[in-house]
Design a protein around this ligand. Structure first.
Ligand code: AHM
Ligand code: MG
Length: 325
């Protein structure tokens, strides 16, 4: 979408023009703006990673039992402060924080945000693409926000965002029935509308899975992936956002299944699987645990893991059918 002079619209103007009016009236642009501000900070740190002291780990372990990278901690600070201060968010949950952050119970803070501040952080030290992922919900009423308030099935999201910090930095935002991409313009420091109404192409171009885990997969999953292997090329970055972004734009399927060692897989429901499956569905794709639509899973824990299969709807369905055999 472009302004009358033909230049691309800003994130603010394009989302204001396309998001559901009820969301725009309720501060959705403020939330997206706060995500964009945090993302610019993470982008700046990523671009200068070694020079900004952003390589390596902090020596600490997060709630998932994973080593916290320096950029994980900096990204957490950036988004917790931009979202807490924006004036529209009631509570936050973040991959790196064991407990939720409760900001305000006031009715003029209608949004809940669950996020992964720096996804694919094992790739930071080797200058490979990373990302940030956000699930956005509207509070269902004005009652005080508690941990339970944050355990919503993904189908109740009112929007979702991811940012991919790659050879360019792109912020993708989805609301009901619509997905758009915005490229960070280094000259103006603005996210500008570059990908209008994204739809997953009909044809699946590649499959994406960590083949190194094959020995731990159940036989049904081994058979399903063998079929994918014979039909498609393999692409695997090892950063979920990077793999998902490629699948969204080029067509593809991403799998991180459960296996004999990790029955629920590796990825987290609340701030990885749910927002990406919401975005996939709005763009014509699908997301499944292997037995259930991801967006229908009722979360029981803030940091719960889930098997994930997401991408072209027909190929996701085909894998789900194989798993049921
Ligand atoms: P993170 O959120 O701690 O970075 O971990 C999630 C990442 C995903 O980005 C990626 O899809 C997956 O872990 C890769 O895992 P593996 O190295 O086991 O293939
Ligand atoms: Mg992650």
């Amino acid at each position: 979408m472009s302004d009358t002079d033909g230049s691309p619209q800003t994130l603010h103007d394009a989302v204001a023009a396309t998001a559901p009016a009820a969301l725009v009236a309720d501060g959705f642009l403020t939330v997206v703006g706060a995500i964009a501000e945090g993302a610019k900070r993470v982008d700046a740190l990523t671009r200068r990673a070694a020079l900004a002291g952003m390589l390596g780990d902090t020596g600490e372990m997060n709630v998932q039992g994973e080593i916290v990278q320096v950029l994980d901690a900096a990204g957490t600070d950036a988004f917790v402060s931009s979202l807490s201060d924006c004036g529209a968010v009631a509570a936050l949950a973040c991959e790196e924080l064991e407990e939720a952050v409760f900001v305000s119970d006031r009715s003029d803070h209608p949004y809940l945000v669950l996020f992964d501040p720096v996804d694919g952080s094992s790739n930071i030290d080797v200058a490979v693409t990373i990302g940030s992922i956000f699930a956005i919900y509207r509070r269902s009423d004005d009652s005080p926000v508690t941990d339970a308030t944050l355990l919503r099935p993904g189908r109740e999201q009112c929007g979702a965002v991811y940012v991919v910090y790659g050879s360019s930095t792109v912020l993708v935002v989805a609301t009901e029935g619509r997905v758009d991409g915005f490229t960070l313009d280094p000259a103006s420091g603005e996210f500008l509308h570059s990908h209008v109404q994204i739809r997953i192409p009909d044809k699946c171009a590649a499959y994406s899975v960590n083949e190194g885990n094959q020995g731990n997969w159940h036989p049904e999953m081994q058979n399903a992936v063998a079929e994918l292997r014979s039909d498609y090329g393999l692409r695997y970055v090892g950063s979920l956002v990077a793999d998902f972004h490629r699948d969204l734009l080029k067509g593809g399927i991403f799998l991180y299944p459960g296996d004999v060692k990790s029955p629920s897989g590796k990825l987290r429901l609340g701030y990885e699987a749910n927002p990406l499956c919401y975005i996939a569905e709005q763009a014509g794709g699908a997301g499944s645990t292997g037995t259930e639509r991801i967006l229908d899973v009722q979360p029981e824990l803030l940091h719960q893991r889930t098997p994930l299969i997401v991408g072209n709807a027909d190929v996701v369905e085909r894998v789900v059918a194989r798993l049921a055999e």
